[in-house]
Write a protein that binds this ligand. Structure first.
Ligand code: GLN
Ligand code: ZN
Length: 763
């Protein structure tokens, strides 16, 4: 009999119960008992779902009130000194202050940094590591939850992050030192945790070491052997889990570590299976991650069984079945998605449905395919329906993609010729000012969009309200004296959803929420079929905005790579192919804007960098097609049209060649927080086109002073020739309020004025 298990379950709740409970606690509207009560109910509900699916044990410790990496930091007593001294256990509000800087009680202070969990859109709280740091067991959460599961009659299988992954995710603060130096202090705490779990009667512990799928420096690889040897002794069995990619050069190491089982991701890296089976010593468990934990498609169960049956023959009860990774990255349940048509719904599996797939697979292995004939037939029918559906394959789209030739990705003239054409056409002053696109999304705007969506107001009324907003934003920008204006994006709920909703090949869930960080969730669109744009998506709004002013109005689009990276995309063709289809759709929009007389068009690629593969060896492949898609979308325009792109991050060092290859006339980036040091790479690389280094940090409610922004521009000028510099905020303004935006933009325009006057030492 093989074992079926899950590496973790979404914690936010099908109706986002945890979100509401957290936010009400933070606002002081409910107390700790209410919050912890909701948390406990969610744990029980999720465990029961896993029990009903027949899983042999339930993960414990995957639940978190904010983030599981933070839970570990707190469990180890790794609380930075600014949150106060901790002796013994860390209290709830200290935990929340670490996560978000403030909590109902305790002094507000700056929160710990947050960053993306591998290549997902989940953000974890970065552990802060200090030289000579000490650790102690400072939370009983894990043990309490083990007791809680046992009391419900379940078999708990605690999930912990391995010491090497936890240290790898941490960031050194203060004096530099080698993070591995902390192992000696940290390992005794792991020892305590494991022996306590053993004493609680725990048989298996899942220990996550996903860094084994990364390019690890030699000392880190070497540390694995000794760490896991030292974690031997009086402890439960350890299942070492890896996910999000192939172990590659770490496969042998992982197979040979002194643990009791290994989990491998067979969705991202099925090619490692044979080698893993061959190398894994005969007493160890192999947990096969065969159900996709990163995407929402229903599995082809017969195909999975073709893979699993021979494994089952060979491994018997040493074979465990699991999702490829924790189910944290998919929505909870398809139940409640009745607005999706039945055909499409039939192709999908969210977390609850994935548990059921595991149940069916396990039963088929134990009792033969005949025991689940009906389920297998249903799965086969869904696969066949998806494979043959006319909604997936559109000959017109396929023909267009096949006809793409490289010249479509190239601007007609090189940058210097284009720049001259732009000078003639727009006659912009030196240091032109602009913004990144959105203006404050006021309650009024959101109400109008909502009313329109639910049919409380008709299209004409809605359009009138949006036009009023646009007119207001245009008039304000003229008043402030900005040079290149925007329409303000009032009609957009979200920069991806807005476009997805208007393209063929996309569908939207009612509550397909996935945790992004803390109480924040995103609802990624489902990109299921060939993509096409039936009609212009933005032209009417932008044309209207342009009609109100003589200044250039910048058209505003989301780029193909960002739409791809922020959606659940089809898995029946390479991502690169899907991206090319998106690029053609955006290209159509770009050319329509150009035809409508819009001379400046910005194509945002906020998510280009986060699509980078985890292994550096695969970067080039990704960057080539991603940059190709951007170029295809952007570069069909005439020389007189100016293309902008925007990226709201700052790490360009290792991708500058690709950024340059995009060949946008202007790139606006985030730099306000780093003293323009981020521009060094543009300088060193002799970045040839124009740059708008964000001088106004929109992530803070503070209004930047003129002097502070002038100083930033002076720093920028040391790196980039003045005639290629723009002055702008570092991202869109939609989360800000009008009073700050107004004051900040007036200051920003004043900065440009001073620079032009030469009253400061620039140019
Ligand atoms: N144009 C978008 C805006 O201003 C860009 C958002 C982003 O970069 N995340 O809101
Ligand atoms: Zn941005």
């Amino acid at each position: 009999m093989c074992v079926a298990h899950s590496l973790g379950f979404p914690r936010i709740g099908h109706r986002r119960e945890l979100k509401w409970a957290l936010e009400s606690y933070w606002k002081g509207e409910s107390d700790r008992t209410a919050l912890l009560g909701t948390a406990r109910q969610l744990r029980e509900r999720h465990w029961r779902l896993q029990q009903e699916a027949g899983l042999d044990h339930v993960p414990v410790g995957d639940f978190s009130l904010y983030d599981h990496v933070l839970d570990h930091s707190v469990m180890f007593g790794a609380v930075p000194p600014r949150f106060g001294q901790v002796e013994g256990a860390v209290d709830l509000d200290t935990y929340f202050r670490m996560a978000r800087g403030r909590a109902p009680s305790g002094e507000p202070t700056h929160a710990c940094e947050m960053t993306k969990w591998f290549d997902t859109n989940y953000h974890y709280i970065v552990p802060e590591l200090y030289r000579g740091q000490t650790f102690h067991l400072a939370s009983s959460k894990l043990f309490d939850e083990v007791t809680e599961a046992q009391a419900l009659g379940l078999t708990p299988r605690p999930v912990i992050i391995g010491p090497l992954t936890w240290l790898w995710l941490g960031k050194v603060k203060g004096e530099e030192f080698e993070r591995l130096d902390l192992l000696n202090a940290l390992l005794p705490v792991y020892g305590d945790i494991l022996s306590r779990l053993k004493a609680q009667g725990v048989e298996w512990v899942q220990i996550d070491e996903p860094i084994l799928v990364l390019d690890l420096p030699y000392p880190w690889k070497r540390a694995f052997e000794s760490v896991y040897t030292r974690l031997g002794g009086n402890r439960p069995n350890l299942l070492l889990t890896t996910y999000f990619g192939a172990l590659e050069d770490n496969l042998k190491l992982a197979c040979q570590l002194p643990v009791d089982g290994l989990h491998v991701d067979l969705i991202r890296a099925s090619e490692q299976l044979q080698q893993a089976v061959d190398w894994l010593p005969g007493h160890k468990v192999l947990s096969a991650g065969v159900v996709d934990g990163r995407n929402i498609w229903r599995s082809d169960l017969s195909q999975k069984l073709d893979l699993l049956e021979p494994l089952n023959e060979r491994l018997g009860d040493r074979l465990w079945l699991a999702p490829s990774c924790s189910l944290l990255h998919v929505p909870v349940d398809l139940d409640g998605e009745e607005q999706l048509d039945a055909e499409l719904r039939g192709w999908l599996a969210f977390a609850v449905q994935k548990l059921d797939e595991l149940r069916i697979l396990r039963r088929a292995l134990d009792q033969g395919r005949g025991a689940v004939a009906a389920e297998l037939a249903a799965s086969a029918a869904a696969v066949a329906s998806r494979g043959s559906s006319g909604r997936l394959h559109r000959p017109d789209v396929r023909a267009r993609v096949a006809a793409i030739d490289e010249s479509m990705e190239r601007r007609r003239g090189p940058y210097p010729i284009r720049a001259e054409a732009h000078r003639q056409r727009f006659r912009l002053p030196p240091f032109p000012t602009t913004t990144i696109g959105s203006f404050p999304q006021t309650a009024e705007i959101r109400a109008a969009r909502r009313d329109f969506k639910v049919g409380r107001i008709d299209a004409v009324t809605y359009e009138g309200l949006m036009r009023e907003q646009i007119a207001h934003v245009v008039q304000k920008q003229e008043e402030y004296g900005l040079d290149v204006l925007v329409h303000g994006e009032p009609e957009r709920n979200d920069m991806v959803e807005y476009f997805g909703e208007q393209m063929d090949g996309f569908a939207f869930t009612a509550s397909g929420w996935v945790q992004s960080y803390g109480s924040r969730c995103v609802k990624p669109p489902l990109l299921y079929g060939d993509v096409a744009r039936p009609e212009p998506m933005t032209v009417a709004w932008v044309r209207y905005a342009q009609s109100l002013t003589d200044r250039p109005m910048k058209g505003m689009l989301t780029g193909p790579v960002t739409i791809l990276n922020w959606s659940f995309v089809r898995d029946d063709q390479p991502r690169a192919d899907t991206c090319r289809q998106l690029a053609l759709a955006i290209r159509d929009e770009v050319l329509d804007l150009e035809r409508a007389g819009i001379g400046i068009i910005q194509i945002d690629e906020a998510a280009l960098r986060e699509g980078l593969p985890l292994r550096k060896g695969q970067w080039k492949g990704y960057l080539d097609w991603a940059v190709g898609a951007f170029r295809l979308a952007a570069n069909g325009v005439r020389n007189e049209t100016q293309i902008h792109t925007h990226m709201c991050y700052s790490e360009f060092n290792d991708i500058i060649e690709s950024i340059t290859a995009m060949d946008a006339d202007v790139i606006t980036i985030e730099t306000a927080r780093s003293d323009m040091e981020l521009l060094d790479v543009f300088k060193e690389f002799h970045y040839p086109n124009e740059i708008g280094p964000g001088v106004y940090d929109i992530h803070s409610p503070n209004v930047p002073e003129v002097g502070q922004m002038v100083r930033l521009m002076e720093l920028a000028d040391k790196r980039i020739p003045a005639e290629r510099l723009w002055v702008n905020p570092d991202c869109g303004l939609k989360t800000r309020g009008w009073p700050e935006v107004e004051a900040a933009l007036r200051n920003m325009v004043e900065v440009a004025r001073q620079l032009r006057e030469g009253s400061v030492a620039v140019g």
